[in-house]
Design a protein around this ligand. Structure first.
Ligand code: CTP
Ligand code: MG
Length: 218
């Protein structure tokens, strides 16, 4: 059974505030996207990779993949205006006969074989998809104009991360939708999504402080 990864790297990184897209912000000596790309390429779980790059950064992505000798990269596509559009563009380059697609945020550099194994397992147990999640440490409140409207019951809430794994057919059927992550698209189609333990080190680099933290963990 063939497993391909879609690496969503096409965001602008506005909250990071660098002079370039987040995928090309420096992490150690290389652009941020190098770390998840190398890790996915090295993983025995992954057979092929499609990268969604920011418009105008396709060529640097191809050059980077060559420098890393990331031989599993089958295509680099131009991302879209939303994450869902970027994933859609990448999915179009995943070969038809691929049974399972793993979607991963380039902004979470420290993807590991352990979490890949955890999200892939439920796909042979009747689930259409699986997502790594973390319990929330903070209390969560709904607010409107700086005023608390409601305090939510933390026991039922989790934070979801990537990599997220899907049966390719289920993801393809859902891919026309819009949503914050791929699981939400498959959920909207009635797909069953299993949660598995996430990893604090899969932190999504959003602010400059996150980048410092991930650099320490490298
Ligand atoms: N992403 C993408 N295409 C988009 C938007 C986001 O491929 N149009 C990717 C990002 O590159 C990132 C992941 O989706 O790896 C999660 O998005 P996020 O952390 O929000 O990144 P950005 O959108 O780049 O950051 P910001 O929202 O601060 O601009
Ligand atoms: Mg964003």
């Amino acid at each position: 059974m063939s497993v391909w990864a879609v690496l969503a790297a096409a965001g602008r990184g506005e909250r990071l505030g660098d002079d370039r897209p987040k995928a090309f912000a420096r992490l150690g000596d290389l652009p941020l996207v190098a770390e998840p790309l190398r890790r996915l390429d090295d993983s025995d779980w992954i057979d092929g990779i499609v990268v969604a790059a920011p418009a105008g950064w396709e060529e640097p992505c191809i050059v980077l993949a060559e420098e890393l000798a990331a031989g599993k990269v089958g295509a680099v596509v131009t991302g879209g205006d939303t994450r869902a559009a970027s994933v859609r563009a990448a999915l179009a380059e995943v070969p038809e006969d691929v049974a399972v697609v793993v979607v991963h945020d380039a902004a979470r550099p420290l993807v590991s074989d352990d979490v890949l194994g955890r999200v892939l397992a439920p796909l042979s147990e009747g689930y259409e998809g699986a997502v790594p999640v973390l319990p929330l440490a903070d209390t969560v409140k709904r607010v409107r104009r700086d005023e608390v409207v409601e305090t939510l019951d933390r026991a039922e809430l989790v934070a979801s991360q990537t990599p997220q794994a899907f049966l390719a057919d289920a993801l393809r059927r859902a891919a026309d939708g819009e949503g914050p992550d791929c699981a939400s698209l498959v959920e909207a189609q009635g797909g069953r999504i299993k949660t598995v333990p996430g990893d604090r080190r899969l932190l999504k680099v959003t602010s400059p402080e996150d980048l410092e933290l991930v650099a320490i963990w490298l």
